[in-house]
Design a protein around this ligand. Structure first.
Ligand SMILES: Cc1cc2nc3c(=O)[nH]c(=O)nc-3n(C[C@H](O)[C@H](O)[C@H](O)COP(=O)(O)OP(=O)(O)OC[C@H]3O[C@@H](n4cnc5c(N)ncnc54)[C@H](O)[C@@H]3O)c2cc1C
Length: 250
């Protein structure tokens, strides 16, 4: 197997969502990828090249590679990425990886549940900008949890998806730090445990029809998986098809 190589890229567009949340669209002869996968992005910090995995938010047919991230104050890379400006140099890997993709979802699934905290919404937005989910699934749920509403990125894109797929696409924001009309004021797992999310959108979660993808904070993912397993859903593995796919960022 050939070793992953670093490729040169340039920041083509920078979006600042709030003080801590940013997106960078990168122009590069980058890798081909499947919606939902991640690449490694890097910067030279002193003598060292520091690279971290970031999911791609753009769909594979779009030329700019886009990442959505938040600043981790104690981390070396994220604050440096946030300080980049249009035209600045950035490194990225020549291969994309990851199994949080629709190709890993068993054919029999009828309803797709995409549940994210924070920037974990990125891979779902990539998938939702392809045709595949709209061809395959009857209902698509996007649950997106943040602490404050200004951390909700890509709301224009989400509203466009709601208009284009009214009745099939169910967007549900979770704002844990504030009471906002139209949003749940609690963590995602709570509404899986007491059935409020299903009641709210009118779609049932069950092993026969549902596939659940979870991305972002490990605490949310572990709690949600525990509840889903009590409901009879199982982790998906290639050799043992199931109903739950996860990707933990931290
Ligand atoms: C497969 C995969 C895909 C990822 N994709 C994304 C992505 O699309 N967007 C994104 O923002 N991050 C993503 N991450 C996390 C990302 O790789 C970095 O860890 C993060 O941006 C912080 O980088 P850093 O160098 O500043 O700090 P690090 O040295 O990487 O981390 C410092 C500490 O912060 C924790 N941490 C990491 N990410 C976060 C976070 N988002 N919020 C709070 N604490 C965190 C780490 O667990 C660690 O304890 C992904 C991680 C993995 C494993």
């Amino acid at each position: 197997m050939s070793k992953t190589q670093w490729l040169s890229g340039r920041v083509a567009r920078k979006t600042r969502w709030n003080d801590t949340h940013y997106s960078l669209a990168i122009a590069a002869e980058g890798p081909s990828f499947t919606a939902g996968q991640f690449i490694r992005v890097g910067m030279d910090l002193g003598e060292e090249r520091v690279g971290r995995p970031y999911s791609l938010v753009n769909p594979p047919h779009e030329p700019l590679l886009e990442i959505f991230f938040n600043i981790v104050p104690e981390g070396p890379l994220s604050s440096r990425l946030a300080a980049l400006e249009t035209g600045d140099h950035i490194w990225l890997t020549d291969a994309a990886n990851g199994f949080l993709t629709l190709t890993e979802v068993p054919e029999q699934a009828r309803d797709l549940w995409m549940l994210a905290t924070g920037t974990g919404v990125g891979p779902f937005l990539s998938m939702l900008q392809t045709d595949e989910p709209w061809v395959r699934f009857d209902n698509i749920v996007l649950g997106y949890g943040v602490r404050h509403p200004d951390a909700l990125g890509y709301t224009d894109l989400i509203e466009q998806l709601e208009r284009e797929h009214a009745g099939r696409f169910h967007f549900v924001p979770f704002i844990t730090g504030e009471e906002i009309p139209g949003a749940f004021n609690c963590r995602i797992p709570e509404t899986l445990a007491d059935g409020r999310l299903e009641q709210h959108i009118g779609v049932a979660l069950d092993p026969e029809h549902s596939h659940v993808m979870l991305c972002g904070h490990s605490g949310m993912i572990s709690d949600a998986v525990e509840i889903l397993e009590q409901r009879g859903l199982r982790r998906h593995r290639r050799r043992e098809p199931g109903h739950i796919s996860t990707e933990k960022y931290h």
